[in-house]
Ligand binder design. Structure first.
Ligand code: GDP
Ligand code: K
Ligand code: MG
Length: 283
C-alpha cells in the first residue's frame, strides 16, 4: 500500500519543524519550491509499524494570498492534495491558532489538530478540553509537546486513521458570515458550480470566499480560466462591497474575519478553554 501523505501546517513558531524532526528524525530531504526562495522540507516516518510521508509547510496565518509562505502552503494543499493536514498549533495562543484552523476546515481538507506546547500551556494555568474541542469541530485533536516528542505517536496514528476515513474527500466547514455576505456567497457558489470553475480541485464556496477576500491569485487564475465568469463574480463582489460599506461601514473581507473570530470565541466559551485561578496555580 502507498504511504499516507501528511502535511504539517501552522503559524510561524508553532513548532512544526520541531514536530517534523521528532517524526522523521534523519529521514529528511530539504529542497526549494520552484521559483521561490521558500524552503521545502520532506521526510518519511516509520513508527511502530506506521508509515507516512511528511511535508513541513511554510508557516502562515491565513490561506489567502497575503504572503509567499501562504501562497506556497495553499498551493501544496490544492495541487498535491495531501491525505491529511496536521495543524500544529501553539496551544498557549489557542484563539489565534484556530484562525488558521478554521480556514483549513473551510477549505475542506482532512484536518487533525495538534495542541502543541502543552507543557507551556499547563505552566500558564490554561486548561484546554481537547475532547470537547474535537467534538465541537468534528476533527481529531491530540495534545503534544514537540520538544520531547510527547504525543507524536498518537498524532501519527490519528492522522493516518483520519486520512483513511476521509479518503482525500474534502468536506468544507460552512460558516455563516451574516445575511448579506451569505446571500452573495450563495449566488457566487451557484455561478461557480454551473461553470465548473476550479470545482475539480477546490470547493466552489471556497473559491467564492477567495473572490470576496480579494485574493489576487485566485482572481487572476479565474480570469485566465474563464474570463466571462470571473467578470460576473467580480461584479457580484463589487456590489456586495458597496452594499456592506453603505449599510455596515465595513468591507466584506473584514466581515468574514469578524465572523470567523466570533465562531472561534463562541467555541472556546463552550468549556474548551479555562484559566486556573491564581490561587489554584500557587497550590
Ligand atoms: P515552526 O516555526 O513552526 O517550525 O516552529 P519551530 O519548530 O521552529 O519551534 C519554535 C520554537 O518552539 C522552538 O524554540 C522550539 O524548540 C519550540 N517548541 C516546539 N515545540 C515545543 C513544545 O511543545 N513546547 C515548548 N515549550 N517549546 C516548543
Ligand atoms: K521558526
Ligand atoms: Mg519551521
Amino acid at each position: 500500500a502507498e504511504n499516507v501523505t501528511i502535511a504539517l501546517a501552522g503559524n510561524p513558531n508553532s513548532g512544526k519543524t520541531t514536530m517534523f524532526n521528532a517524526l522523521t528524525g534523519s529521514r529528511q530531504r530539504v529542497g526549494n519550491y520552484p521559483g521561490v526562495t521558500v524552503e521545502r522540507k520532506e521526510g518519511s516516518v516509520i513508527l511502530n509499524g506506521l508509515h507516512a510521508d511528511v511535508v513541513d509547510l511554510p508557516g502562515c496565518y491565513s490561506l489567502t494570498a497575503y504572503s509567499m509562505e501562504e501562497l506556497v502552503a495553499r498551493k501544496v494543499l490544492v495541487e498535491e492534495r495531501p491525505d491529511v493536514v496536521v495543524h500544529v498549533m501553539d496551544a498557549t495562543v489557542l484563539e489565534r491558532s484556530l484562525y488558521l484552523g478554521v480556514q483549513l476546515l473551510e477549505m475542506g481538507v482532512p484536518v487533525v489538530l495538534a495542541l502543541n506546547m502543552m507543557d507551556e500551556t499547563k505552566k500558564r494555568g490554561l486548561r484546554i478540553n481537547a475532547a470537547k474541542l474535537s467534538k465541537l469541530l468534528g476533527v481529531p485533536v491530540v495534545e503534544t509537546v514537540g520538544r520531547t516528542g510527547q504525543g507524536k505517536k498518537e498524532l501519527l496514528q490519528e492522522a493516518i486513521n483520519h486520512a483513511n476515513q476521509r479518503k482525500r474527500q474534502w468536506l468544507p466547514l460552512e460558516l455563516s458570515y451574516g445575511p448579506d455576505v451569505d446571500h452573495a456567497l450563495l449566488d457566487m457558489t451557484t455561478r461557480i458550480n454551473a461553470a465548473g470553475l476550479f470545482t475539480d480541485r477546490q470547493p466552489a464556496r471556497w473559491t467564492a470566499i477567495k473572490y470576496i477576500e480579494g485574493d489576487e491569485q485566485v482572481v487572476a487564475e479565474g480570469r485566465k480560466a474563464a474570463p466571462e465568469v470571473s467578470k460576473e463574480l467580480e461584479a457580484m463582489v463589487s456590489k456586495l462591497s458597496d452594499h456592506c460599506q453603505k449599510t455596515l461601514n465595513a468591507y466584506p473581507d473584514a466581515i468574514i474575519a469578524d465572523y470567523r473570530y466570533g465562531f472561534i470565541s463562541a467555541l472556546l466559551k463552550q468549556g474548551v478553554l479555562e484559566r486556573d485561578s491564581l490561587r489554584e496555580r500557587i497550590d
